[in-house]
Write a protein of this length. Structure first.
Lengths: 294, 244
């Protein structure tokens, strides 16, 4: 009996020791690299999956943090959710790509200071054999019509992201209500959706950056590209501090200013060149949106 | 067709092998990011389990030893809690921690503390329910015997806990296993922020969506090893009596 008791006590003592150890480590101060530490260092960035999955944030954020002393928490979700977080004041700054939906958020007064950051483009990808013959069509609308007509598998994000919003707008313009077994929604990010499209030999709409970043894993070819309607434009917006007093307005402004600054724009321009031989994003700060892609 | 299956099979093996190789490489080359993610995983799930033990074990005992109307209703609720979906917990904890939410002033969302909170909510019912079952299945006469021998209430409870310790440790193992493997709540309340709230499960999801399957497999192997290591220690404690 004595022995049993001591075993249990050992376990109890281990539990206590472990919790003390963990607690001690939890409160250990973290090293600050920047020279100045802002009063409120945490900045919540609500952004799209493409900026995370392509790896852009992994170079952009450390550069900003090092320079400013802020700590960015990038929450990578679909543009729909990112905008919703902005509308509720649950994020400080938004980096998204759905111009029409963005303007609505600005109109509602939830976001301010909407500025053009960069663009890349959307592309249609599909199985290399191209069973629907999309390589021969010229416009996105025609591509959609042909896929629907031939009932070829189309994999949709279905998650209200920027890409999903763009895809839905094409179906609308083509006057097609996509239903049936050929139309499948993943409800997942772009990377995952490309995996599904490759696996199911389906077509999908993707941003070029994510496609290039994942090309090695997928058996998909570009079937339609470089159409004006396929521009993918990213804006940065600060969540309105007058409407949401808890917003970190200085941090949000610092981040937004940084990514449209010459330094931030240079990072965007160089990103991906060494790995893919081409830029994944085109920096556009200060340009007029209507001039893009010309 | 057969040939194709063979080719695909070898690709599968290759991917797994490269994942294992990568896991060893990441760990033993001392990749600081992977170590940080692994350590955070252990820290978050460890603290959450400890909190759940501190809450769940007393609650389970109390539930087992008390008699009151509606008890089976409460027990069935706790039992249902064992299957509480992590995403549901994540959603409610997120809403609770929003800046506009009731606990918003603490600014806990997207911090390890938020993940600990969510995981403690997930593990507590598991530990409560299994502790309840452990005490409940003891011979009821034991309790009366102890009381008649003049043991105080506290002494009685302690003795019962000792009698049921194998099952209670199984409850702890189940609780820990439940939280170290969950991804839905951690993703939602933690946000998978690099260097802050990225744990092995959320990192794995991210690497899959980035298409880095080899890294994802490596992270999975590290996770499995970690879960096995902790469970092994708990099991050794549990089985200690037989060795001694």
């Amino acid at each position: 009996m004595y022995r049993k008791l001591s075993r249990f006590k050992v376990f109890a003592a281990m539990l206590v020791a472990l919790s003390l150890l963990l607690a001690a480590c939890g409160s250990a101060p973290t090293a600050q690299t920047a020279t100045t530490v802002p009063a409120n260092p945490d900045v919540i960035l609500a952004t799209t999956t493409s900026t995370m999955d392509s790896g852009l944030l992994d170079v952009l954020i450390p550069a900003f943090e090092k320079k400013s002393g802020y700590k960015v928490k990038p929450i990578s979700v679909g543009t729909g959710q990112a905008l919703a977080m902005g509308e509720k004041g649950e994020a400080d700054v938004l980096l998204v790509h759905a111009p029409d939906a963005e303007l609505k958020v600005v109109e509602k007064g939830a976001a301010i200071n909407r500025r053009l950051v960069m663009h890349n483009d959307f592309i249609f990808v599909g199985p290399p054999s191209d069973p629907a013959g999309i390589k021969s069509v010229k416009t996105s609308i025609d591509a959609m019509k042909k896929i629907a007509e031939m009932k070829q598998i189309f994999i949709s994000r279905g998650d209200d992201s920027g890409t999903d919003k763009m895809e839905k707008s094409f179906w609308k313009k083509a006057n097609i209500q996509p239903t049936g077994t050929w139309y499948q929604e993943t409800g997942a990010g772009m990377g995952q959706t490309l995996n599904v499209a490759s696996e199911k030999k389906g077509y999908t709409l993707t941003d070029r950056a994510t496609f290039l970043a994942q090309k090695k894993n997928n058996d998909l070819d570009i079937v339609l590209e470089k159409e004006p309607a396929l521009l993918n434009i990213y804006h940065v917006m600060e969540v309105n501090p007058e409407k949401f007093p808890k917003v970190n307005k200085d941090g949000a402004k610092a981040f937004a200013d940084f990514i449209v600054s010459p330094e931030g724009q240079a990072i965007i321009k160089d990103f991906g060149v060494s790995k893919y031989g081409q830029s994944l994003f085109v920096p556009d700060a200060g340009k007029n949106e209507s001039e893009l892609g010309k | 067709m057969l040939l194709q299956a063979e080719v695909e099979g070898s690709e599968f093996v290759e991917l797994i092998l490269s994942g294992i190789g990568q896991a060893l490489h990441l760990l033993f080359q001392g990749d600081p990011e992977v170590w940080a993610v692994t350590w955070l995983t252990l820290k978050v799930s460890g603290i959450a389990t400890i909190i759940s033990v501190l809450m769940g074990v007393p609650m389970g005992i109390l539930l087992a030893l008390s008699r009151f109307p509606g008890k089976s209703l409460l027990v069935s609720l706790v039992n249902t809690g064992m299957g509480l979906p992590p995403v549901v917990v994540g959603l409610f904890v997120t809403i609770l921690l929003w800046r506009s939410g009731p606990l918003g002033i603490f600014g806990l969302l997207y911090t390890p503390a938020a993940m600990i909170l969510a995981q403690a909510v997930i593990a507590s019912p598991i530990i409560t329910a299994l502790t309840f079952a452990a005490i409940e299945q003891l011979d009821p006469n034991l309790r009366y015997q102890l009381l008649s021998l003049g043991a105080t209430r506290l002494q009685t409870v302690w003795r019962l806990v000792l009698e049921a310790r194998l099952s209670i440790l199984a409850a702890v193992i189940a609780g820990f296993g439940g939280v170290i493997s969950e991804v839905g709540a951690s993703m939602m309340v933690g946000g998978n922020v690099k260097g802050q709230t990225r744990v092995l499960t959320t990192a794995t999801v991210m690497e899959v969506s980035k298409g880095n399957f080899d890294v994802a497999i490596a992270l999975s192997i590290i996770l499995l090893t970690l879960a096995y290591g902790v469970t092994l220690i708990l099991t050794l404690v549990q089985q200690g009596r037989q060795r001694g």
